[in-house]
Design a protein around this ligand. Structure first.
Ligand code: FAD
Length: 472
């Protein structure tokens, strides 16, 4: 291999990157990222595939990758366009002889890779690297993997130590001649037509994109602040940066390798012992792994209204209640607070995601796919397998036999936000109410409600009645 191109996609890192390791054999190497502006146009379900918060995070991640490459004698070329046009053009123009990249699991990305392969006249090498295991290391062939998470987890626990992340290489091959003149400054949010997101001091994700920030957070959470030791008790929190690891946005765009996280977690356990907290975090990483292999196995079927269950009957309505949900104006404070947090910051806690998704599907009886599409645009950590997998799971149309998860939103509010601190943070219009009324403004009399710039809930579900009083 003399002159090669390394195509970065959802793997924006130098650490534990098998395609980068393979590309070290090249005499000359062009690191490339292709930004497809079609991501900014409305998807068939309405929302864009990429919104302002994740776009900001992506640009920060690309800047960090470029800076990491420069420290090792290289640079990142970022080109706007479609990969199947951009990559063959560059290969021809610079006389490149091979393209390397990491594998993907989702149908859209797999299609994109197929198109690139067909358009290329040189070898196209795809290596695994964004999962804990390679396909051949799975405990069973893909089509025989359990469709229920607990069974998957039992099998995976037996394969704990098969992966070994590889560190950042010391030196990288120089750029091919002629490549430097193609380099341009990174696009900006305003040049992409997105505007700047407003900084929100209350954000639970105050971190920057990119590999150094990811490594710093991993180090801090595991070894310095040692937040991981409280994970079991804190993981249902909704306020602040410390209730959970916050690793998901970096894992989603690949600034952080899941194998690095797992290896560090196991190193921590080897030094300080296993605890319920470390094991719970490991289990969450296995959920990620489960959804990724499930998506590879079932492909585009996961995105259908009846998901992976031909017999399921998920609601398929779409009316103004969906828009009220999107905008945090349903009249159910816990749901609205979470949806406003998402819109303002791109972040929502795991607890919040479960509550709002179940509310959209079960209480508002709307088509789950539109909820998933809204999350796709707005989440900082959007990942096709985890997003659509969790949505399908909550809507009762995933691969496991259970039906839709019923959540009592008011009970959740009383349990996880007992002092109404979370709803007060994101719904300023309720701050004037006594604390014990902030979860139930729909119980106020007409005159009390009149001055409130907040929608009145039309229907109070029967099973909320035991939780109307904050003493419940
Ligand atoms: C409706 C819905 C949509 C979701 N969409 C996404 C998404 O697009 N991208 C995403 O990364 N996660 C998604 N999740 C899963 C989960 O909510 C987030 O991974 C988690 O909240 C991220 O916070 P954290 O990094 O602090 O997680 P932690 O609680 O610290 O967990 C550590 C890591 O484990 C993984 N993980 C944890 N929970 C899950 C889970 N339920 N499914 C898959 N992986 C998990 C993540 O990689 C996470 O970073 C979704 C969950 C729901 C209910």
């Amino acid at each position: 291999m003399r002159r090669a191109l390394l195509w970065f996609k959802q793997d924006l890192r130098l650490d534990d990157h098998p395609a980068l390791q393979a590309a070290l054999q090249a005499d000359r190497l062009l690191p490339l990222y292709v930004f497809d502006p079609a991501l900014l146009r409305p998807s068939p379900l309405g929302p864009r595939r990429l919104g302002v918060h994740r776009a900001r995070f992506l640009l920060e991640s690309l800047a960090a990758l470029d800076s990491g490459l420069r420290q090792h004698g290289s640079r990142l070329l970022v080109v706007q366009g479609r990969a199947e046009q951009v990559i063959p053009t560059l290969v021809d123009h610079l006389g490149l002889e091979e393209v390397l990249t990491l594998e993907e699991m989702a149908p859209f990305e797999l299609d994109e890779m197929r198109h690139v392969r067909h358009a290329l006249g040189v070898p196209f090498t795809v290596l695994p690297g964004n999962n804990l295991l390679r396909e051949e290391e799975l405990p069973r062939p893909l089509i025989e993997l359990p469709s229920v998470f607990n069974k998957f987890r039992e099998l995976m626990d037996e394969r704990l130590y098969v992966f070994q992340p590889r560190s950042i290489p010391h030196t990288l091959p120089p750029l091919p001649s002629g490549a430097s003149s193609l380099m341009e400054p990174l696009p900006t949010l305003s040049r992409l037509g997105l505007g700047e997101p407003l900084g929100t001091p209350a954000t639970a994700f105050p971190f920057a994109g990119g590999e150094p920030a990811a490594q710093a957070r991993l180090r801090d959470y595991l070894w310095e602040s040692r937040g991981v030791h409280q994970y079991q008790e804190s993981r249902n929190g909704m306020i602040g940066s410390e209730y959970s690891s916050k690793l998901s946005p970096w894992l989603a765009n690949g600034s952080l390798s899941p194998r690095r996280v797992a290896a560090e977690l196991h190193r921590l356990e080897a030094q300080h012992g296993r605890s319920e907290s470390t094991q719970q975090l490991w289990m969450e990483l296995l959920w990620r792994e489960f959804f990724r292999w499930t998506l590879l196995r079932f492909g585009s079927a996961l995105f259908r209204a009846d998901g992976l269950k031909a017999t399921a009957r998920a609601p398929n309505n779409l009316d103004e209640r969906y828009l009220r949900w999107c905008n945090g104006r349903t009249g159910m404070p816990l749901v609205d607070a979470n949806m406003r947090e998402l819109m303002m910051t791109g972040w929502m806690s795991s607890r919040g995601r479960q509550v709002v998704a179940a509310y959209l599907v079960n209480d508002l009886e709307q088509d789950w796919r539109y909820g998933a599409a809204w999350f796709e645009e707005h989440l900082l950590d959007y990942d096709p397998a985890s997003n659509w997998g969790n949505w399908a799971y909550l809507a009762g149309v995933a691969s496991d036999p259970r039906r839709a998860r019923a959540f009592n939103a008011l009970r959740q509010a009383r349990q996880y936000d007992p002092d109404a601190a979370y709803v007060s943070l994101w719904l300023p219009e309720l701050r004037g109410l006594p604390i014990e009324q902030r979860h139930t403004p729909f119980m106020l009399s007409e005159p009390q409600f009149a001055g409130l710039d907040y929608p009145r809930l039309e229907h109070i579900p029967e099973n909320w009645k035991p939780y109307i009083s904050s003493a419940a």
